[in-house]
Design a protein. Structure first.
Length: 619
C-alpha cells in the first residue's frame, strides 16, 4: 500500500482503506473520492475545496485539553485562553463553524483590521475574548469602544503611543466604558526561518522598553492603569524549533513581572501570539517541527511559572493565537487531472526509417536487449548516445525525425532500466527520474489555491485519492492551468512524488492537497481570473454524512464585476458585437452560447459541449 507519508502529517484524521482509497477516519469513514464523485453527479466540476468541521473541533479541543492537563500537573494558577486570528481564514464556511464549535470552550477571535474587527463583533460569542492587533486609526479605536459597549470582552493591543492617545481622547464619548488595554512588547528574541522577522528588536510591531515605560506612565496619568490587562508578543508563524519560543517566553515573563512591579496591578495575561507549527512533511527524514503540542504546553507553563515564583508575582493567564494549528487540517483541495503530457514517449510513437543513423540504431538495440545484468551499463550508453545525437542535429547531420526517435528511445531506455533495477539503492536512479517525469495537468490554479507554495516554497502533502494499492508509479511534476510558468510543482529528487500511469479517457484521476485550511484561501489571488474553487462542507451524522453549504465557484461575469468591470457594459458590448457581425448568421444561437459561457466559471471542462451552432456556421 502506497501511503504518501499519511502517518506523518495526517494525525490519524485520514487513512487508506483496503481497496486503496483515502478515507476520512471518522464516522462512517467515507472515501474522499466517493464524496468527490457524489459532488460531480450534481453537475459540479473543476477543483473542489472540502471542509471537515469535525477536524476544527478536534484541533480546538486538543489545544484546550493539552494545556488544561499540563496546568493540573504543574498546579498552575493562571487560566488558559485562545483566540483564532481571522487573517488565517476569513471565509464564512470556516468562521461560522469555528464560532459555533468554539462556544463551549470560550474560544474567541483576533482581528487585525477594521473589517476583521467588524466581523468579530458580528460573529463572536458574547463573553468570548476578542483581541485586536496591528496598527489602528481612531476609527478602529472607536470600534473597540463600541464592541465593549455591546458586551464583548475585547482587548485593544497597543502598537504605538499614538493609539493610546486615541483611547484617552475617546473615553469621554463612551460614558466610562473602556475596552481592555494590551501592550505589544518588542522582544530581542526572534524566531527562525521564513517568519523570523516577526520578532527581534527591529521587528515591525511592538513597543521598546522606553515606550513601555512611557505607556505605563501615560496610563497612570489618565487613571487607566486598571484597564491594562495584557502584554502580547509574536515571534512568527510556523515556529519549527521550540528553542526560540523558550527564549522569548523568558524575556516576556520578566517584562510581565517588571510591569507588575511598576504598578500594573490588573495586568494578568501574556499573549504568546501564534506560531504553533503544523507538520507538513511527507518524508520521515525532513520533519517540519521538532516538538509536540504537549512539549509546547509544558515549556510555556513551566517557564512562566518559574519566572512568576522567582519574581514573586502571580502566575499569568495565558493566551495563544495559533490559527494555523486550528485551521490547516480541516480543508482538503481536490483537483482533477486533465492530461498527461508524456504519453508521446511510447514505442508506438517511433518513426524508424529503413536506414537510420548508426547511433539511433544502436539506441534501439540498447532498448531491445536491455536486461537486469546490463541495465545500468546500457542506461549510461543510452544517455551518452543522446548527447552525441543532439550535437549531430545541431550541426545539421540528422533530421528532426531522427531527433524525435532519439528522445523517445532514451525515454524508453530510462523507464526500462528503472523497472529492471527496481528496489536497487542507486542514487543515480532517483536522479534520473527527473528525465522521465510525467507532467500531470491539474484543473486548478496554484496561485489561487496554494499561494504559499508559489510565494514561500511551502510544501503541502499531496497524494492520489485512489489506486493506492497499486504499486506502479511515475515520477511526477504537477502543472496548473494558469498561463504562467510559475504554476508548477516540479519533481524534487529530495522529496520525490510518484503517481500512477492512468488512461484518462477511461477513468478519472484526482489528486488531493491536504492541510490547506490556513492562509491559502485568504492569500489566494485571482491570477488569470481563476476564482476560489467550489467549496463544500461535509457534515457527519448517524446516516453517514451530508454535503452542506455548497458554494460554487464564481462565474466569469461575477469575477469581472468583482475587479471593477460593469457587468451590464460587458454583456451589452458582447451582444452588440455579435448582432453587428456579418460573419455570424445564427445570431440567436450565438447569443445563447455567449450567455452560457458568461454564467460559467473559468476552470476547464473535460466534457465537450455540443452546439449545433458551430456546424451550421462552418458549412
Amino acid at each position: 500500500m502506497q501511503r504518501y507519508g499519511i502517518d506523518i502529517w495526517s494525525k490519524g484524521y485520514f487513512d487508506i482503506s483496503q481497496d486503496g482509497k483515502v478515507v476520512v477516519n471518522f464516522g462512517s469513514k467515507p472515501a474522499i473520492v466517493d464524496i468527490v464523485n457524489k459532488v460531480r453527479e450534481m453537475d459540479i466540476s473543476g477543483p473542489l475545496l472540502l471542509r471537515f468541521p469535525h477536524l476544527i473541533e478536534h484541533q480546538i479541543s486538543l489545544i484546550y485539553d493539552t494545556f488544561n492537563k499540563v496546568q493540573n500537573e504543574f498546579s498552575y494558577k493562571g487560566s488558559f485562553n485562545a483566540v483564532f486570528p481571522l487573517k488565517v481564514n476569513q471565509y464564512p464556511g470556516f468562521v461560522q463553524n469555528i464560532v459555533k464549535i468554539g462556544k463551549k470552550y470560550n474560544y474567541g477571535l483576533e482581528a487585525g483590521s477594521k473589517a476583521e474587527l467588524i466581523l468579530a463583533m458580528s460573529h463572536n460569542n458574547i463573553g468570548s475574548p476578542i483581541t485586536v492587533n496591528g496598527f489602528k486609526d481612531n476609527e478602529m479605536i472607536v470600534l473597540g469602544f463600541l464592541a465593549a459597549k455591546m458586551g464583548h470582552n475585547i482587548t485593544l493591543t497597543i502598537e504605538g503611543i499614538n493609539e493610546l492617545e486615541n483611547i484617552v481622547n475617546n473615553i469621554k464619548n463612551f460614558e466610562g466604558v473602556v475596552p481592555n488595554i494590551g501592550l505589544r512588547i518588542r522582544l530581542h528574541s526572534s524566531g527562525i526561518g521564513i517568519w523570523a522577522k516577526s520578532g527581534g528588536i527591529n521587528s515591525k510591531f511592538g513597543l521598546t522598553s522606553l515606550e513601555l515605560i512611557t505607556a505605563v506612565d501615560m496610563l497612570k496619568k489618565h487613571n487607566l492603569l486598571e484597564h491594562f490587562k495584557m502584554i502580547h508578543f509574536h515571534i512568527g508563524s510556523q515556529i519549527e524549533d521550540i528553542a526560540p519560543l523558550k527564549k522569548a517566553l523568558r524575556e516576556a515573563g520578566n517584562i510581565f513581572a517588571e510591569l507588575k512591579k511598576m504598578g500594573a496591578v490588573n495586568l494578568t495575561s501574556i499573549n504568546l501570539g501564534g506560531g504553533l507549527a503544523v507538520e507538513y512533511s511527507q518524508n520521515s527524514e525532513s520533519y517540519h517541527r521538532n516538538y509536540s503540542l504537549e512539549e509546547y504546553a509544558n515549556d510555556v507553563i513551566y517557564l512562566l511559572q518559574d519566572i512568576a515564583r522567582r519574581k514573586n508575582v502571580e502566575e499569568p493567564d495565558i493566551f495563544i493565537e495559533s490559527g494555523r494549528f486550528v485551521a490547516a487540517s480541516h480543508a482538503v483541495l481536490v483537483a482533477p487531472v486533465l492530461e498527461l503530457f508524456s504519453k508521446e514517449y511510447s514505442e508506438k510513437a517511433l518513426r524508424l526509417k529503413k536506414d537510420n543513423p548508426p547511433l539511433v540504431s544502436e539506441l534501439y538495440d540498447l532498448y531491445r536487449d536491455m536486461n537486469k545484468k546490463n541495465a545500468l551499463e546500457f542506461l549510461h550508453d543510452g544517455i551518452d548516445h543522446m548527447e552525441s545525437l543532439l550535437t549531430l542535429f545541431d550541426l545539421g547531420y540528422i533530421d528532426i525525425e531522427d531527433r524525435s526517435n532519439t528522445e523517445i528511445l532514451v525515454n524508453l531506455i530510462i523507464k526500462k532500466a528503472l523497472k529492471l533495477l527496481k528496489g536497487k539503492n542507486h542514487k543515480e536512479l532517483i536522479t534520473i527520474q527527473d528525465r522521465v517525469q510525467e507532467r500531470y495537468l491539474l484543473n486548478f490554479s496554484l496561485f489561487q489555491s496554494l499561494p504559499d507554495y508559489w510565494g514561500l516554497g511551502q510544501s503541502f502533502p499531496v497524494m492520489p485519492l485512489d489506486k493506492l494499492n497499486e504499486k506502479d508509479k511515475r515520477s511526477a511534476s504537477l502543472w496548473d492551468i494558469t498561463c504562467d510558468s510559475d504554476g508548477e510543482i516540479s519533481f524534487d529528487i529530495n522529496n520525490p512524488l510518484f503517481l500512477h500511469d492512468v488512461n484518462l479517457e477511461e477513468e478519472d484521476y484526482f489528486l488531493a492537497f491536504f492541510l490547506v485550511g490556513a492562509y491559502q484561501e485568504t492569500m489566494g489571488i485571482e491570477h488569470n481570473l481563476f476564482a476560489h474553487p467550489t467549496e463544500i462542507t461535509v457534515i457527519f451524522n448517524d446516516n453517514g454524512y451530508e454535503l452542506k453549504d455548497i458554494k460554487e465557484s464564481k462565474n466569469i461575469l461575477e469575477i469581472l464585476s468583482e475587479i471593477g468591470y460593469d457587468r451590464d457594459d460587458i454583456v451589452d458590448n458582447l451582444y452588440n458585437k455579435i448582432n453587428n457581425s456579418s460573419l455570424i448568421k445564427e445570431k440567436e444561437k450565438a447569443l445563447k452560447l455567449m450567455d452560457i459561457f458568461l454564467k460559467d466559471n473559468s476552470y476547464l471542462k473535460t466534457d465537450i459541449i455540443q452546439h449545433d451552432f458551430f456546424d451550421k456556421e462552418n458549412r
